[in-house]
Each structure stands twice: as C-alpha cells, then as structure tokens.
Design a protein around this ligand. Sequence first.
Ligand code: PHE
Length: 348
Amino acid sequence: MTAADLVQRADSITTAGRDAVASASSLDELTEVERAFLGKSSPLNEIRESIKSVDGRDRATVGKAVSSARAALEAAVAERRVVLEAEAAAASATRDRLDLTIRGRDYVRGHLHPVTRIWRELEDVFVGMGYQVAEGPEVELDWYNFEALNFPPGHPARAMQDTLYVRLGRREEVLLRTHTSPVQIRVMEAQRPPIYTVMPGRVFRRDTLDARHSPVFHQIEGLAVDRGITLGDLLGTIEAFIHALFGSDIRARFLPSFFPFTEPSVEFAMSCVFCRGEGCTVCSRTGWIELGGAGMVDPNVFAAVDIDPETYTGFAFGFGIDRVVQLMYGVDHVKNLWDGDARFARQF
Ligand code: PHE
C-alpha cells in the first residue's frame, strides 16, 4: 500500500473509532472499543507495522498520521469515560440510596386514664395547700362506713346510699364502701389534730348506670381538723380548688343540705364551665353544676374517734372525680370512661 493509502486508512479509522466511542453506552463497552481501536492488534497498529514497506521519505508522514489518529482516539475515549463514569455514579446513587426519612415501626405508648390524671391533679392541688394524701380499703366495715359517721343502725341514710353488702362476718357488717368518708375515721383514729388530709378512692353503690351514675366510681374526700376551723375556711377551700382546677372565673355556690356526719352541711356547686352560668343542657339550664357535699365535722364523729370537740373543730368535703373528668373533657356518658374502647381512650 502507498503512503497516501495508509494515511487515508488512518483517517477513516479515526472516524470509525470516534463513532464507536460515542456510541459506547457503558464503561465496559468503552473498554472494548478502546481495546479494538488502540490495542496491540488494532488496525492502527497494523498500519504502524506496515510503515516498513513504505518509502523512507514517506515514513514520517504515515507515522504522524498514526500518532495523531491515536491521540484523537485517546482523547475521545478519555472524554467519554468521564461522562460514563458520572452516569454510573449517579445511577448507583439512586439505586443504592438509604432512605433515612422512612418511618420506623410505631410502638404505641400508653398513657394515664383521664380519671387517674385528674385524681393526681386533685392530689397536687391539695398537696399544694398543705394537705397529705391517705387511702383506705374498698371493702369496709359498717363501723367506718356508717356507724362512726353518725349513721346509727336503721338510719334511713344507709338505704339512700344503695349499699352493696358482702357476705362476711355478721349480717350487714362488711360492705363495699359507699363513699370515701370512712377514710376520715381511719385517719382520725391513726392521727391526732392538726389534720389536713385528702382521701381519693373507688366507691360502690347499687346504682343504675346512666349518663352520670355508675355503680363504681371515684371520690376524693377532704378533712381538716384543727383549732378554730370555721365554715368560712371550708367555703374558701372549696372555692380555691374549683379555681385551681377550672379557672378563677368559675364561681362556687353553697346550698344547705344534710349529712349525718356534718353539721351544718352544705352541697356545693360551681358555675357551669360550658355556658359560664348562662344555662345549657349540661347544667340543665340552671347555670350551676353540683359537685359534692361538705360540712363541719359533727361532734358525734369526733366522739367516735376520741377527739375533743371543745378544743377542735373541722370540716369535711367529698365529691366525684369521674364527674369532674366528664366536665373537663366533655364526656357525655360515664360508661365511655370504663368500657375499655381504645378509640375513646386514644383521644386523651
Ligand atoms: N360522703 C358524702 C357522699 O358521698 C359526701 C360528703 C363528704 C359530705 C364529706 C360531707 C362531707 O355523698
């Protein structure tokens, strides 16, 4: 072949090589193309081999043509490699990416029952006023639940309390406590005045379930026994806890009432938290919500626990915790609190 033929061939190899490089779609393909056009047995090498058969003065021309063909193809390969490497890196970044934003497994964490929460909040309010907390048994003796609280045997108030008796001991001697007031007696038996104690707990009555009554419910009792305690102290204490729990714009009201273990006795109410006293369905259009009972400790109760009523006076109060929960969370039926429906519980 003539030198001109060889130069011509080198040119067409360059063109073919550039096309092959451009159409290499992966790094592996590019390596193939590189070996084919620049490797030992490539056409360009064959041209270089055949330089020997060319006339001496034309050898340099052919040699230069081969060199520039090589240089052009090497440059094309290097350029294409950069592009393909970037593509490969991008592809692997998408393929192998760890999605750190993906959610893990949810573990549902429980929380306190709303009655437990308000129970504790009430304890906190009274502890803040200097009270201690005491608890008593749910299965109680007649003595604590009635007798020492000035309900003599046959007293009609025993029937009013819808007592659930337990078949134990003498007839009607053991019962499920109908209120937390028996804990007053237990505290006064165990401790001499001054006494400032609250007594939360579960109580039981043979009540028919309705929106606001349940045979099992919770009360918190308060007892203060000291020198010079007056009805004014009782009213102020009740007002203070209503303000602490519901806000200082809520008013307290007291109506005369009767309990065997307090004299005088009152029933206390607060202005309706929903209508602010205007009158709505929650407060039966009265503007007031009944909370509980209270009064000055009856001297007969002091006699039962051997505290001198000439030296000491005291007050007691008691009200339903479930009731307060219903008001605070707008729970329309008390059974919602206890029928164990997770959809209800999750709202709190
Ligand atoms: N124990 C009474 C009840 O359950 C409430 C009360 C407590 C009344 C303390 C006066 C004093 O109805």
